[in-house]
Design a protein around this ligand. Structure first.
Ligand SMILES: NC(=O)c1ccc[n+]([C@@H]2O[C@H](COP(=O)([O-])OP(=O)(O)OC[C@H]3O[C@@H](n4cnc5c(N)ncnc54)[C@H](OP(=O)(O)O)[C@@H]3O)[C@@H](O)[C@H]2O)c1
Length: 252
């Protein structure tokens, strides 16, 4: 197996990589891991076994095309790609610039990267019109971290929810236009990571290790969307039934 992880420093991203590495390594298995500063992460290095790791700096706000072109990867292409970065302004209480940055990173910037990845992963045998010759067998799986917050915007996380909605809409479009990759949107509920350090732990707060197997299963079974943990899908469905007038009064 070959993997590329954008935002490997993320709490959920790291858990996902460790979940993938529970499988025995294949020969010549290589993983390209990116963090914002390009530093290697000791937790992952210690668990890599015989896998070959390379580290590279990547910022969601930079142009993905040149980044991919400069990889000097030759024919190397990952079979699994995880886009795990993201931002949250706690309580939606940042200034306009912070909120705009959050929206840009979670929405348009991530979509630009996924689109560039789809192009980069296109098989060389693709027909001139862009359709891959082997329709039905994806060349790679891309998992992107959305959020259950994107299902219905909440008063206190308005901008964050909108950014994840924008991401979901964009991915639906990319999925349609790039059938040679299988794009999975992962929608976690609250997970205990540095992003939620400001929140009180409660029964609905999951551990990253609970999210990771869901991502893995989605990859294996090719679901277009998956909630993590699974019960967030049921909660979200129930919340969608709350009338708008009542929803507006919810204190979260
Ligand atoms: N935790 C939750 O409750 C939860 C729930 C639903 C969805 N999610 C989503 O899951 C994803 C991962 O979040 P997490 O909980 O694992 O949070 P996290 O541990 O705080 O990780 C966020 C990561 O995003 C990186 N990042 C932020 N801005 C970036 C940029 N401009 N370019 C590149 N990397 C950038 C951060 O890098 P630095 O370390 O360099 O800052 C960090 O590694 C996010 O998309 C988040 O929205 C999280």
């Amino acid at each position: 197996m070959q993997g590329l992880v954008l935002g490997a420093g993320s709490g959920i991203g790291q858990a996902m990589v460790l979940e993938a590495w529970k499988r025995p390594p294949e020969r010549e298995e290589g993983w390209l891991l990116s963090t914002r500063r390009g530093e290697a992460l000791s937790v992952l290095e210690a668990q890599a076994g015989t896998r070959q790791l390379a580290w590279k700096a990547a910022n969601a706000l930079e142009a993905p095309g040149p980044w991919l072109e400069n990889l000097d990867a030759g024919d190397w292409r990952p079979r699994l790609v995880l886009v795990a970065w993201g931002r949250l302004v706690p309580g939606g209480a940042g200034d306009a610039d912070e909120l705009e940055l959050m929206r840009e990173v979670n929405g348009p910037a991530t979509l630009r990267w996924v689109e560039a990845l789809c192009q980069w992963l296109k098989p060389v045998s693709a027909a001139p019109g862009g359709l891959p010759l082997a329709i039905g067998s994806p060349v790679a799986h891309i998992a992107v971290l959305g959020s259950v917050a994107g299902d219905r915007p909440r008063r206190l996380q308005w901008e964050y929810s909108l950014s994840k909605q924008e991401l979901e809409r964009g991915l639906n479009d990319l999925r349609r236009r790039h059938p040679h990759v299988r794009i999975v949107l992962v929608k976690p509920g609250p997970v205990a990571t540095p992003m939620t350090a400001h929140m009180k732990p409660g029964p609905l707060m999951a551990h990253p290790a609970q999210v990771a197997p869901r991502l893995w299963r989605a990859w294996e079974e090719g679901w277009p969307q998956v909630y993590a943990p699974v019960w967030w899908g049921w909660i979200s469905r129930i919340l969608s039934l709350v009338p708008e007038k009542l929803w507006e009064r919810f204190p979260f």
